[in-house]
Design a protein around this ligand. Structure first.
Ligand code: GLN
Length: 473
């Protein structure tokens, strides 16, 4: 399948010019041709052909009176449960785990007619920013195979960027949808916390995690988000349309740029693409002003305390007894120890250790308590800022995609998240889409811009994103 949008596919299906079977065959053919090198997929579902046949028939009978994603091939990050499918979170500890139920979002996507053609690679338990932390080997960036696709939803991004599927679902705890979207030249969306049910997603940081789409257009991201969003009895944190005050749509917006935050560590070429984007916004009649966000700047430090704390608690369930890998030992404690020692990779262990430390008595107040305080104040800072500006604007990541193996120092990897993690701490929505390319070693590498909205402002981001990106693509 050539790189395409859901809107184009759906129109062709309705017109009878193309069929779901052809679309699914095309997806499987691209995977066969390219995935040996790219490794976007951990599993490919040949049984997608059955669903495609049924979809062909339904289009013949009902034409446009069919569900909005009928026959559209999609891919799911492998931390999202789909009944009967192996769901590993790219971890050895879950290498042979089969999901026993559908995640709420999967159920909604299937009800909308989507056809899942495979499960995508990721950083183990979504911990990372390059997909190099997968227990099953890294994914490569289809734009330049010497480089990473970003992470942790790198397999999902690569699956769309290589033209296998027009939509892949990722999860975003600190940027894992937006950063790979930036590195692979795609649209990626992280909803307001609670807009999308987490039931059936393998938890990383429960107060931060949200699922969202990676697509080739903002309109597609909106369509897919609209299908997944909504209150769910299985997730008490899901919100309704009136949980937050209405966020109005406008013809022109005031954008705020935390300029002082961009001074350090952002590539010069990324900054010039960002400045060109700002000029284009001004030319289109929008206002762009500089703002101060001192607490937002503390986001990275607070995130790398709050997130591991939640990780250490969420991953306690993988004990060698209840799920997945179980290594024999002399006694029960030995089973726990050996299963976890063999089953978890280095980055996961690092975060469990860090999280256990910041939660331990004596350190709780010094670290976890402080980080939660920063988080609370950051939310206040953002609420005040959104009284003055409609949208906050940053580059999605400080650099374009880096090379495989380039960031072995975990802190260097964590720094890629400076602009994305504060968004998850605050729970606000953010959209990333391409703002241009930068030349590096003879290749044009995509870079993304991030639009951050107020709580409940998801529709505002889609509306402006469609105008700025889709119409100029
Ligand atoms: N890169 C970030 C991290 O390593 C974000 C991960 C995510 O969003 N799942 O924690």
């Amino acid at each position: 399948m050539k790189k395409t949008t859901v809107a184009e596919l759906r129109a062709a299906f309705i017109a009878g010019e193309y069929t779901p079977t052809e679309a699914v065959e095309a997806a499987l053919a691209v995977i066969k041709e390219k995935d040996g090198e790219i490794h976007a997929f951990l599993d490919v579902y040949e049984d997608a052909r059955e669903a495609a046949k049924a979809a062909d028939q339904l289009y013949k009978e009902k034409g446009k009176d069919t569900p909005p994603l009928l026959g559209v091939p999609i891919a799911l990050k492998n931390n999202i449960l789909m009944k009967g499918k192996r769901t590993t979170a790219a971890s050895k500890i879950l290498e042979n785990y089969t999901a026993v139920y559908d995640a709420t979002i999967v159920k909604r996507l299937l009800d909308a007619g989507a056809i899942v053609v495979g499960a995508t690679n990721m950083d183990e338990f979504a911990m990372g920013g390059s997909t190099e932390n997968s227990a099953f080997g890294p994914t490569k960036n289809p734009v330049d195979t010497a480089r990473v696709p970003g992470g942790s939803s790198g397999g999902s991004a690569a699956a769309v960027a290589m033209g296998a599927v027009p939509v892949a679902i990722g999860t975003d705890t600190g940027g894992s949808i937006r950063q790979p979207a930036s590195y692979c030249g795609l649209v990626g969306f992280k909803p307001t916390y609670g807009a999308v049910s987490r039931y059936g997603l393998m938890a990383m940081g429960s107060s931060l995690d949200q699922a969202g789409p990676l697509t080739n257009s903002v309109a597609d991201a909106e369509l897919v988000h609209d299908i997944m969003t909504g209150i769910d009895g299985m997730d008490a944190t899901t919100i309704t349309d009136d949980t937050y005050p209405a966020v109005p749509l406008k013809d022109t917006y005031t954008f705020g740029v935390p300029r002082h935050f961009l001074a350090d560590g952002v590539d010069a070429e990324v900054l010039s693409a960002f400045d060109a984007h700002i000029e284009a916004l001004r030319a289109a009649g929008h206002t762009v002003i500089d703002i101060d966000l001192p607490l937002f700047e503390q986001g990275l430090a607070a995130y790398y305390i709050v997130m591991p704390a939640e990780v250490s608690s969420n991953l306690a369930r993988y004990d060698g007894i209840r799920y997945g890998l179980s290594v024999e030992a002399d006694d029960l404690l030995g089973v726990y120890e050996k299963s976890r020692a063999e089953g978890f990779g280095k980055e996961v262990k690092r975060r469990i250790l860090l999280g256990t430390y910041v939660l331990s008595s004596g350190y709780y107040d010094a670290y976890y308590g402080k980080a939660e305080l920063v988080r609370k104040k950051m939310r206040q800072e953002l609420a005040e800022t959104f009284e003055k500006v409609d949208i906050i604007l940053t580059p999605t990541a400080p650099t374009p995609a880096f090379k495989l193996g380039e960031k072995e120092d975990p802190l260097a990897m964590y720094r890629q998240d400076i602009f994305t993690v504060p968004v998850n701490l605050a729970g606000v929505p953010a959209l990333s889409f391409p703002m241009g390319t930068v030349a590096q070693e003879g290749k044009q590498l995509p870079v993304g811009v991030q639009y951050i909205g107020p709580l409940g402002g998801d529709k505002r981001l889609f509306s402006i994103g469609k105008r700025v990106y889709d119409t100029n693509k």
